[in-house]
Write a protein that binds this ligand. Structure first.
Ligand code: SF4
Length: 259
C-alpha cells in the first residue's frame, strides 16, 4: 500500500516531522521492536491560519424536554436539539455549550477526538488550536480538508470542566449520540484519535500503542485507532506512526486493503 504524494504534500510531511520512508502499515498488530524511523529533532508545527469555522449543526434549546423519537431515529436537526438540551450526566454542569461536531455530511472519514477541551469549547468546534492545525496539515497531505469528505466529532459532547472528568459513566450516557452520528453519516472509515475515543469505539482498555496499526469495526464501519494531535505535539516521535495510521485509513477508504 502506498500513497502517491506530490512535492507539496511531501514537503508538508517533512515539516511536520514525518519521514517518508515508512514501513507500510499492516492489518496485523505491530511488533514492538519494529518502530518506524523518526526524526531526532522534531520540527515545529507548520503555521497555518486558524481553521475557519465548520458548518456545525446548531439549534436552539427546545422549550420543553424532547418527547419525540428516540435518538436512534433522529435526523440531524433533532439530534442537534437533543444534544443542546441534554442534561443526562454531570458534564452538563461545566459546559459552555455541547459540541455535536461538524463537517461534510457526506463524509468518507469520521474523525473522533477526545472530550472537548477548553479551546474547543470556546471555539465551538472540535480539533482547534495547534493540535487542530497539525490535524489539518495531515489531512491536507492526504488531499483532504476538514470541510470536504471529513466530519469531526468528539467522543463526548460536553467539556469536562472544574472537577468533572469524563469516564465510562459519561461515555455510557453520551455514546448514543455518537452512534447515531455514525448511522447518519455512514462513513467509510472512522479514525479514533486518543485514548478515550479509542476505548469507546473499540470497547477496549488496552493501551493505544497496542491497538493501533490494524482495523477494527464499530457498527460495521472500519475503525483505525491513532494518537490525538495534541499528544503528537508533545511526542513528535510518534508522528510517523500516526501518519502510517492515516495511510492505512486512506487505503481502506480507497478499497486498497480489506476492512
Ligand atoms: S456529555 Fe453527553 S450525556 Fe453528558 S450532558 Fe453532555 S451531551 Fe448529555
Amino acid at each position: 500500500m502506498s500513497l502517491q504524494l506530490d512535492a507539496r504534500q511531501r514537503a508538508m510531511l517533512e515539516e511536520m516531522g514525518v519521514r517518508l520512508f515508512l514501513p507500510a502499515p499492516t492489518l496485523e498488530p505491530p511488533r514492538p521492536a519494529a518502530a518506524p524511523a523518526v526524526r531526532r529533532q522534531p520540527s515545529p508545527v507548520v503555521a497555518s491560519p486558524d481553521p475557519a469555522p465548520l458548518p456545525v449543526v446548531r439549534a436552539p434549546v427546545p422549550a420543553s424536554s424532547a418527547t419525540g423519537p428516540g435518538v436512534e431515529m433522529m435526523e440531524w436537526d433533532a439530534l442537534a436539539r437533543t444534544v443542546v438540551a441534554c442534561r443526562a450526566c454531570q458534564l452538563c454542569e461545566g459546559r459552555r455549550e455541547p459540541l455535536l461536531g461538524g463537517g461534510d455530511l457526506q463524509a468518507d472519514w469520521l474523525i473522533v477526538g477526545e472530550p472537548p477541551n477548553e479551546d474547543e469549547d470556546r471555539a465551538g468546534q472540535p480539533f482547534t488550536g495547534d493540535g487542530g492545525k497539525l490535524l489539518d496539515n495531515m489531512l491536507r497531505a492526504l488531499g483532504l480538508t476538514r470541510r470536504d469528505r471529513v466530519y469531526l466529532a468528539n467522543v463526548i459532547k460536553c467539556r469536562p470542566g472544574g472537577n468533572g472528568a469524563a469516564g465510562p459513566e459519561e461515555v455510557a450516557h453520551c455514546e448514543a449520540f455518537l452512534r447515531r452520528q455514525v448511522e447518519l453519516l455512514k462513513p467509510r472509515v472512522i479514525l479514533a484519535m486518543g485514548r478515550l475515543a479509542m476505548q469507546t469505539l473499540l470497547a477496549s482498555s488496552e493501551p493505544l500503542g497496542k491497538l493501533r496499526g490494524r482495523a477494527y469495526a464499530y457498527q460495521g464501519v472500519p475503525v483505525i485507532a491513532t494518537y490525538h494531535p495534541v499528544y503528537l505535539l508533545r511526542n513528535p516521535a510518534d508522528k510517523a506512526r500516526a501518519w502510517a495510521d492515516l495511510c492505512l485509513a486512506q487505503a481502506i477508504v480507497r478499497g486498497e486493503v480489506p476492512a
